[in-house]
Design a protein around this ligand. Structure first.
Ligand SMILES: Nc1nc2c(ncn2[C@@H]2O[C@H](COP(=O)(O)OP(=O)(O)O)[C@@H](O)[C@H]2O)c(=O)[nH]1
Ligand SMILES: [Mg+2]
Length: 329
């Protein structure tokens, strides 16, 4: 039977049984916001909540993909189950994501069988992480992945969005950025739990590292956590083990201080509000499209010159009773 014809229940069953094909298929459905998504999520939720999500953000070319690939390789060697989601800037016309990053990460990781890699288009939604990324992470979580890496290009909104999605945020910088690093520093301190200075093999790396170190020293603490700096040469796999130690320290800190639960509740709050808004909007569209009361209200404004503000209050009351009657009123 073709996977397209399988019910979502079958796909979820196969996902839980470890089928990579089912995972890929479910992620596609979720990314396309298929009509089956609510049903899929309902079946998946009871099996999620175990994965630890790590966001990697920073300017293009800083070495995020290389770093993420090497870290995934390290964790794979340690017997951990890892998945990578690369959120690439995509054209609003094609919705396509850059293929190059994905291929490079696969080559870097070398262990294609164990590390699940998926590229997602950001779909231009506020220029950042799409709603779908949250759900893709849920699918991978239910799939049994212990660590999910999310790579996003550090451009304003995407950076802020990644902090909502990730448990730990790693900001990746490189010496090549020159003066830009000065401007980056301020924002970096606010979002990075761990700051990586990659390309430590390049000129000027040491000077930048010490100025970053000073800046971090004065940085605002994140709930008693002081962001730490790690120097890496991702290309040569140097500093990767140390980066992993720092991530684990941060994870322990979040768990022991109760912050992990608080961060996750924030995430749930955002998701629930979004779902509720979507639902209210659907009902509102239905109401304005089909309710004779609404039509009457419009006519009263246009013909009888009734005050639109007042009228909207009256119509809102009608909408609320329409809702109470299950959208049948
Ligand atoms: N010299 C040097 N180059 C690196 C290092 N890490 C990555 N690169 C190179 O930097 C370029 C950009 O890397 P990439 O991982 O695609 O960056 P991304 O855009 O942040 O994902 C590539 O040519 C990498 O090979 C490093 O530690 N040192
Ligand atoms: Mg990249």
């Amino acid at each position: 039977m073709k996977s397209e014809q399988k019910s979502s229940a079958d796909l979820v069953k196969e996902l839980l049984g470890g089928s990579v094909r089912a995972a890929a298929r479910l992620i596609t459905l979720v990314e396309q916001n298929d009509s089956k998504v609510p049903e899929i999520m309902r079946q998946i939720y009871p099996h999620s909540g175990n994965a630890y999500v790590i966001g990697f953000t920073g300017a293009p070319g800083a070495g995020k993909s290389t770093l993420v690939g090497k870290l995934a390789k390290l964790l794979d060697q340690k017997g951990k189950k890892v998945a990578i989601i690369a959120v690439d800037p995509s054209s609003p016309f094609t919705g396509g994501a850059l293929l190059g990053d994905r291929i490079r990460m696969m080559e870097d990781v070398g262990v294609k069988k164990n590390v699940f890699i998926r590229s997602l288009g950001s779909r231009g939604e506020m220029g950042g992480l799409s709603e779908a990324t949250y759900r893709v992470a849920n699918v991978l979580d239910a799939f049994g992945k212990e660590y999910i890496f999310v790579e996003t290009v550090g451009t304003g909104q995407a950076e802020v969005e990644v902090t909502k999605l990730a448990d730990s945020v790693v900001v990746v910088l490189s010496p090549g950025m020159g003066d830009e690093i000065q401007t980056l520093k301020a924002g970096t301190m606010e979002i990075g739990d761990i700051v990586v200075l990659n390309k430590a093999d390049q000129n000027g790396a040491d000077a930048i590292a010490s100025s970053l170190q000073t800046a971090l020293h004065w940085a605002v603490k994140h709930d008693t956590w002081t962001p730490t700096l790690v120097k890496t040469i991702a290309l040569k796999e140097e500093g990767i083990e140390e980066l992993w130690e720092k991530i684990e320290l941060h994870k322990d800190h979040l768990v022991n201080s109760g912050q992990l639960r608080i961060r996750r509740e924030k995430r749930i709050r955002i998701e629930i509000c979004k779902l509720m808004k979507d639902k209210i909007l659907r009902y509102l569209n239905k109401f304005t499209g089909e309710s004779p009361v609404f039509e009457q209200g419009i006519k009263e404004i246009s013909i009888e010159n009734k005050n639109p503000c007042q009228q909207s209050e009256v119509l809102l009351e009608s909408f609320l009773s329409y809702l109470k009657q299950g959208g049948q009123g």
